[in-house]
Design a binder for this molecule. Structure first.
Ligand SMILES: Cc1cc2nc3c(=O)[nH]c(=O)nc-3n(C[C@H](O)[C@H](O)[C@H](O)COP(=O)(O)OP(=O)(O)OC[C@H]3O[C@@H](n4cnc5c(N)ncnc54)[C@H](O)[C@@H]3O)c2cc1C
Length: 388
C-alpha cells in the first residue's frame, strides 16, 4: 500500500511542504493529500491592505493553481480533530464529516488573532489575522469612514504598525490611534529604524499612545489598566497570534501556547509520524529559541520538513536528515504603499546596523511579497525571501 502523506493547512508553510514533497518523492510509492479550509491561497501578509480597502489584496489565488501539481490531492474542508491512535484526520467537507488516514502527518494550521486576551475583545474588536476578519474590518471601515470615525489599533508589533499606517494612508478621513503597552514603537529595531517609524506614523497622522495596557474593549472604545478611556468607533486587535487547539487536543506534545514541540527535523517530540511547520510549530531558530511567527520561518520550515520526510522515506529508517535551519534575513515593515522600514538582521534575528527606509523600503517589501507568491507557485526554489 502507498505511504499516505497528509498535510493539513495550505498557507505559506503547508503549501510549500506539499509541493516540495511531491517533487522530491515523485518516483516513490506515496500519496500526498493537502487539506485546507478554503480553496483560495490567502496571502496573510497583505490582509492589512485588504482591510484598508485594497480589495485585490490578500484574497489570494486559486489554491489548485498555486499548487500546480496534479499528483497532490486537494481536499477543501475544515479539520475538526486528529486521532493519533487510529492515525486519522477528521474533516468537515461542506459540513459533511469525512475521515482521512495518514502514515505521516504534516501539521501546518497557522494561527489566528488573540481575541481572548482581555474582556470584550472577542465581542467588540476587529482583527486582520484571517481573510474573514480582514473583510469584516474593511466593511466596517468603509461604514465609519464617511463620518470621519476613530479607529484604535491595539498592539504595535509588526501587524499593528502595518495596519495603522495602511488605514491612515488609504482612509485619510479616519482618525487612527495606535496603542502599545511598551514605551516605544519598534522595540528591538535599531534607533534609526525606530525614528523612521515615529516619523512615518506622525506624517500619516497616526497618534501613538505608549504604555497603554488595555484592560477592556467596549462597543464604543476601550479602557486601559490605568483607567484611561479611549473613545473609538472601531477597535482593531493586533496583539499577537494564537494557534489552534487541535494539536494539544490530539495529545501531541505542545508548548503552553499550543504550538507543537518538534525536534531539529521538525518532527513531533511525542509522535514520530507527525511533523509541524509554520506558526503552529515551536521550531527552534538558529539562536536556539522558538522561531518568530512569520512568513520567513514558515517558508523555511515548509521546505525543510519536505526534505526531512523525503530523506527518511527514501533513505529508510537509518537515514537521519540534517537539521532544518530557520534563520532570518530581515524584518520588513510596510507603512502604507509608499513608505516602510527594512531592518536587516543576523540569522538569529538580532538587528544588524543596516536599515532601509522610505520608498526604497516599500519597493523592497513589495518585491519580496510578490516573489513569495511566485515561490509558492513553485517558480523559485532558492533561498528564503519573504517579508519578515
Ligand atoms: C496582516 C498581517 C501581516 C503580516 N505581515 C507579515 C510580514 O510582513 N512578514 C512576515 O513574515 N509575516 C507576516 N505576517 C505573519 C504571517 O502571515 C504568518 O506568520 C504566516 O502566514 C504563517 O504561515 P503558516 O503557513 O504557518 O500559516 P497560515 O498562512 O496562517 O496558513 C494556515 C492555513 O491553514 C488553514 N487552516 C487553519 N485552520 C484550519 C482547519 N481547522 N482546517 C483546515 N484548514 C485550516 C488556513 O485556512 C490557512 O490556509 C503577517 C500576518 C498578518 C495577519
Amino acid at each position: 500500500m502507498s505511504h499516505r502523506l497528509v498535510v493539513v493547512g495550505a498557507g505559506y508553510a503547508g503549501l510549500q511542504a506539499a509541493k516540495r514533497l511531491a517533487r522530491l518523492l515523485r518516483r516513490h510509492d506515496v500519496t500526498i493529500t493537502l487539506v485546507n479550509a478554503s480553496d483560495r491561497f490567502v496571502e496573510r501578509v497583505r490582509l492589512h491592505q485588504l482591510a484598508a480597502g485594497q480589495s485585490w489584496a490578500g484574497g489570494g489565488s486559486s489554491l489548485r493553481q498555486q499548487l500546480n501539481d496534479p499528483t497532490v490531492r486537494l481536499v477543501v474542508g475544515r479539520v475538526t480533530a486528529i486521532d493519533a491512535v487510529s492515525r486519522t484526520v477528521a474533516v468537515a467537507v461542506d459540513t459533511v464529516p469525512a475521515s482521512i488516514g495518514y502514515d505521516t502527518l504534516v501539521y501546518a494550521l497557522g494561527s489566528g488573532a488573540r481575541l481572548d486576551d482581555v474582556p470584550g475583545a472577542s465581542v467588540h474588536a476587529y482583527a486582520v489575522a484571517d481573510f474573514g476578519q480582514a473583510t469584516r474590518l474593511r466593511d466596517r471601515v468603509s461604514q465609519v469612514m464617511s463620518s470621519g470615525g476613530t479607529v484604535a489599533v491595539v498592539g504595535a508589533g509588526l501587524t499593528g504598525l502595518e495596519t495603522a499606517a495602511e488605514l491612515a494612508e488609504s482612509c485619510p478621513t479616519l482618525r487612527v490611534r495606535l496603542l502599545t503597552g511598551a514605551d516605544d514603537v519598534g522595540v528591538g529595531l535599531m534607533p534609526r529604524a525606530r525614528r523612521h517609524l515615529r516619523y512615518a506614523l506622525d506624517r500619516l497622522g497616526v497618534s501613538v499612545h505608549t504604555k497603554a495596557v488595555v484592560a477592556e474593549v467596549r462597543e464604543d472604545g476601550l479602557d486601559t489598566v490605568d483607567g484611561v478611556a479611549f473613545a473609538a468607533h472601531t477597535v482593531v486587535w493586533t496583539t499577537g497570534f494564537r494557534v489552534p487547539e487541535l494539536a494539544r487536543a490530539a495529545g501531541f506534545a505542545t508548548d503552553e501556547d499550543g504550538r507543537m514541540l518538534v525536534d531539529a527535523t521538525l518532527r513531533s517530540i511525542s509522535h514520530s509520524d507527525v511533523y509541524a511547520v509554520g506558526d503552529a510549530a515551536a521550531g527552534l531558530s538558529v539562536s536556539g529559541a522558538p522561531g518568530r511567527m512569520s512568513c520567513q520561518s514558515a517558508l523555511a520550515m515548509g521546505r525543510g520538513v519536505a526534505g526531512a520526510i523525503a530523506a527518511r522515506l527514501a533513505g529508510g529508517a537509518g537515514e537521519e536528515p540534517p537539521p532544518v535551519r530557520i534563520g532570518y534575513v530581515f524584518t520588513n515593515i510596510s507603512l502604507g504603499r509608499r513608505d516602510g522600514v527594512v531592518q536587516f538582521t543576523h540569522a538569529d534575528d538580532s538587528p544588524r546596523r543596516f536599515v532601509l527606509t522610505g520608498r526604497a523600503a516599500a519597493a523592497f517589501k513589495e518585491t519580496v511579497v510578490r516573489s513569495t507568491v511566485r515561490k509558492s507557485r513553485g517558480e523559485y526554489w532558492g533561498g528564503t525571501t519573504c517579508s519578515g
